[in-house]
Design a protein around this ligand. Structure first.
Ligand code: ADP
Length: 212
């Protein structure tokens, strides 16, 4: 995997890929940034990704997946994405900083356009409004939420609590201090102090997380 642009977003992404066992070639135009990542990625090089010859010298065309994580310099982001398409990379992920920027990338043919700031802003809106500890929108108005269980769920088997029939949400997993995360079954009994992971329509899971 190649990550171009090792700013805050690109750096976090590259390090997480490494943690998961993926080899990463990091490219950035800034010498200090390259130095800071030196022994942390499989390879790190200082280079300008808007130059086709440079990308070829670095064997970028041999990689199937490349992430363009340049944010501030939209021109460099678009030029790099366009060159990667020209080089035949089959799986390009590019960060967009605005809807207009994202539209240009989509029109160019970039396979995955991502909006980290916008997505995080939307996600945090759900967290600050409700009592959720985490909120992940899966798509089409469906979400996964980590939250404390309401009193009505504590001490009785899930089958009897009838959460799905009454509230339209499913308790998929739970966390118990000292035991970690487990899947739920119909006879799981949620205890005070547990944390639950619920799935359902966005409004339903949000409403359920507000129950105490
Ligand atoms: P973030 O908001 O995630 O911190 P930035 O846009 O601030 O993102 O950082 C992007 C990184 O991309 C910077 O470290 C910058 O040096 C690098 N960068 C910008 N243009 C190029 C380019 N043409 N070639 C290589 N790296 C670049």
């Amino acid at each position: 995997m190649v990550v171009i642009g090792l700013g805050r977003f690109g750096s976090a992404l590259a390090l997480e890929l490494m943690r998961g066992g993926t080899e990463v070639l990091g490219i950035d135009g800034d010498e200090d940034i390259v130095q800071a990542h030196n022994s942390m990625l499989t390879h790190v090089v200082r280079a300008d990704s808007t130059r086709e010859a440079t990308l070829r010298e670095l064997s970028v065309p041999e990689f199937s997946s490349v992430v363009v994580a340049i944010g501030g310099d939209i021109q460099a982001n678009i030029l790099t994405s366009s060159l990667l398409l020209k080089l035949g990379i089959t799986n390009i992920w590019a960060k967009a900083v605005s809807d207009a920027h994202g539209e240009i990338l989509t029109q160019l043919g970039v396979h995955h356009v991502i909006y980290p700031e916008k997505d995080m802003g939307k996600r945090v809106a759900h967290l600050v409004r409700g009592a959720m500890q985490d909120y992940i929108e899966i798509g089409e108005n469906f979400a996964l939420v980590k939250t404390a269980p309401p009193a009505s769920l504590i001490g009785i088997p899930l089958a009897e609590a009838k959460v799905r029939a009454k509230h339209g949400v499913t308790v998929t997993a739970f966390h118990r201090p000292g035991l970690g995360w487990s899947y739920t079954s119909l006879d799981t009994v949620i205890a005070d102090g547990d944390v639950i992971l619920i799935a359902g329509q966005s409004e339903r899971v949000e409403a359920y997380s507000l129950l105490r």
